[in-house]
Design a protein around this ligand. Sequence first.
Ligand code: NAD
Length: 355
Amino acid sequence: MRRYDYKKVVMCNDSQSGLRAIIAIHSTHLGPATGGLRMWPYATDEEAIFDALRLSRGMTYKYAAAGVNLGGGKAVIIGDPKKDKSEALLRAFGRFVDQLGGEYITGEDVGTTLADMEMIFTETNHVVTLPKHCGGAGDISPATALGAVVATKACAKHVWGTDSLKGRTIALQGLGAVGHNALRLLAEDGAKLIVADIDQQKVDHAIAKYGVKAVDPKDIYKQDVDIFAPYALGAVINDETLPQLKAKVVAGAANNILAEERHGDELERRGIVYAVDYVANSGGTIFDTDRLRKGGFQEERAWANVRKIYERTEEVFRLAERDHIPYYAAADRLAEERIAALKSVRLLEPARLPH
Ligand code: NAD
């Protein structure tokens, strides 16, 4: 906790419902610690604690770099979401969140759903991801897609001097919730797309609707294209895929695109421009957390802030050039500089901030 300056870790036990959970609060410098609730059958308590710690710190950087005034937090429930989830367990978790008085705000993550959030919401107001009928933003994948596409356009401007994607060739990996929305936006902008997905139905739909070319998932990296767009899995930039890449830009919505930081250094060495994942894919988060801002959820404001990912991506490029560091390190620095600049001017304690 000392090494990375964590604020608080709460161990939760409710014997009656079987709840065992950990709430990790990394930082509240920019606002209440916010981040999703993961439910996973962790083998040991230690594994669960480390996951909560790692993920909560990631949220601090994500919000800070995205220009969102929230701190980083994350919660995990130890258990199998398919077998161990119950109303009693979720509500017990909600009461633990409530006891923190707004210092931590929870949301959806791996193993939890919008319906689970609605259940937790019966016990506490400190829930960010909610269905529309509870005052939430609903499905956030279109916002994630828009953010990733404007980040792609900022990369195009950086490399080719124009952010129009007309005539640019793009290899798009993954046609899921975010990928199919991105496909539509990229096609509308005039890009020529080559797609891959392990789900043939999604591929067939993309071909029928947009007239795109499709390739076998294992061949997507080596396509002779301007842009490689990962919208499926993490760790897709690795020792095996890097030598195959012909693209000048890597930009998409997938989380943890670099297998390791050294792969980011290698992109740099090869002159490939990279839209840092947690900046490029922050659109959903920006959209989702808009309901915590003044006046509650305002769709127009939320979309406008998602579009600002364009400028944030440019800021990362400027910082990288200024300090002669790779893009991934520049994004971290952008977040750290924002926290350092703002933490001294925040007068209210998070628990007293209006929600
Ligand atoms: P999803 O599960 O809806 O879609 C993923 C798609 O990738 C599926 O269609 C799947 O068949 C495909 N896929 C899986 N393995 C593949 C492979 N080897 N090759 C090609 N395609 C493959 O997920 P999503 O919500 O669209 O998220 C996509 C990525 O974006 C994930 O990395 C996720 O963490 C990240 N992300 C999503 C959001 C969001 O708002 N949903 C926000 C931030 C980041």
